[in-house]
Design a protein around this ligand. Sequence first.
Ligand code: HEM
Length: 425
Amino acid sequence: MKRTVELDIESAEHARNWKSTARDLQETCPMAWSTTHGGFWVATRYRDILRLAQENDTFTAAKTFDPDTGIVEGGTSLPPMPVARLVPAETENPEWEGFRGLLNPRLSPKAVELLRSRAEGFAAGLIDRVIETGRMDIVDDYTNPLTAMVTLAVLGIPPEEWRTFADPLHALTSLRKSDPAYPHAIELAQIMDKRIEEEIDRRTANPGDDLISYLLNSKIDGQALRREDIHQMIFNVIAGGVDTTASLTANVILHLQENPDHRRRLIEDRTLIPKAREEFVRYFSPLHGTVRTAKTGASVAGQNVSAGDRIYLLLASANRDPEIFEDPDEVVLDRCPNRHIGFGAGMHRCVGSFLARMMFETMLNEFLDRIPEYEVLAEGADRYPSISPINGWVRAPISFPPGTRRAAATNGVSEGDQGHSPGDR
Ligand code: HEM
C-alpha cells in the first residue's frame, strides 16, 4: 500500500525531526510518497538507496533547465533549482563518462596531496587572524574560507576572492526556495557565473597549470568541450568543494565541544583521524540527500514507481540504518568496517572525496593544535534554515584562551583580508 506523508525536506521541522521520521519510515514504509514539492518518493533504507544510486539506466540524475521559461526537469535538487545543470552531477551517459574521465586525474589522491601544504598554510593563516583575540566564528572565519580558498586554488582563481564564490553557494543551499531571500541568492549566483566567465576568458588568453586551463585544452572523443559545459564543471567543483566540507568540519568542531572525551582522544592520537573522519561523514552526512528521476516504471521496496517520478535518496537515513550499522546514532570514532554512503554511490559517487578528506584533516589538525579548549558562545550556533541538501551551519561563534600567531604563516591569507563580498563588485 502506498503510504503518504507530508514530508517537507526543506522545513525547520524536518531539520529538527529527521532522525525520528527516518527511523519510523525505515521500519514501517521505506519508500513513502511525500505530497510536498509537487510529490516525490522518499527512500530511507540503505539497501534501497544504494540500488537507486547504482541503477543509473533506470534512475537518472540528469537535468534540463530552460532559462526563458524557468522550466526545470530532473536534477538532484528538490524542489528543483532554477539554474543550469551541474556537470557532471546532473548529466547521464554517454556524456557523463567523458566529463568524469577528465575530472578524475585532477582530483586523484596524488593530485590532492600536492595541495596539502598550501591548504595547511591557509589553515594556519586563518587561525593566525583570530588567535590573539580569543574569539572566532568557526564557519565564517575558518571552515568557509578554507574550503573555498583551496577549491579556488585548484581552479587557479585568486583565493582572496573566496566570498564571491562561497556566499552565493551558502545562500543557494541553505535557504528554502520559497524564502524571500532566495531570489537574492540567485542574483549572487549570477555574479559568480560572471566571474567564472571572466576566468574562462583569462585562462583562454593566458593558460596555466590549473583545472580551468586543463578543461579548456581537453577533448572528449576528439572534440573540444563546449564553453557552457566547462562553465558548469567549474560551477560543480565549486559547489561540491565549498559547502560540504565546510559543513562537515563545523559539525565536527561543535561535536567535539560537546564531547570532550572524543576531543581528548583525537588530540592525543592523531592516527585515529582517518577512521574518525569517515565516521563523521557517516554521522553528519553533510550532503543530506540527493534526487533521482525514474526513467521507466520500477518496483522499489515493494512500491510501484512510475516513469517521471522523483525520488529523494535520504543519504543521512541510509547512513543510520540499523541493518547496516551497529549503534547507528552513536559516534564510534574507530568504527570499522564503515560502509557509509556519505560520498554517494554508483557512478556519481563524489569525485572530490580525496580533496574533502585532505581539507578536513588539515582544518581539524590545525584547529586541535592551536585551539584545544573552546566554548560555544552564549548566543549559540545557528543551523542552516534548511538542511536539505546540506546539513550545515550559518554561524558558530566560539571563545577560547588567546594564543600566539605562527611566525611563518603568511601563506596566502593576507592581513585583515576578509574576502571580497559579491555585492562589492
Ligand atoms: C565532506 C565533503 C563532501 C561530501 C559529503 C560530498 C558528497 C557527495 C555526494 C553524496 C555526491 C553524489 C551525489 C549524487 O549521487 O547525486 C557527490 C558528488 C560530487 N561531488 Fe562531492 N562531497 C564532498 C566534497 C566534495 C568536494 C571537495 C568536491 C570538489 C571537487 C566535490 C565535488 C563533487 C562533484 C563534482 C560531484 C559529482 C560527481 C559525478 O556526478 O560524477 N565534492 N559528492
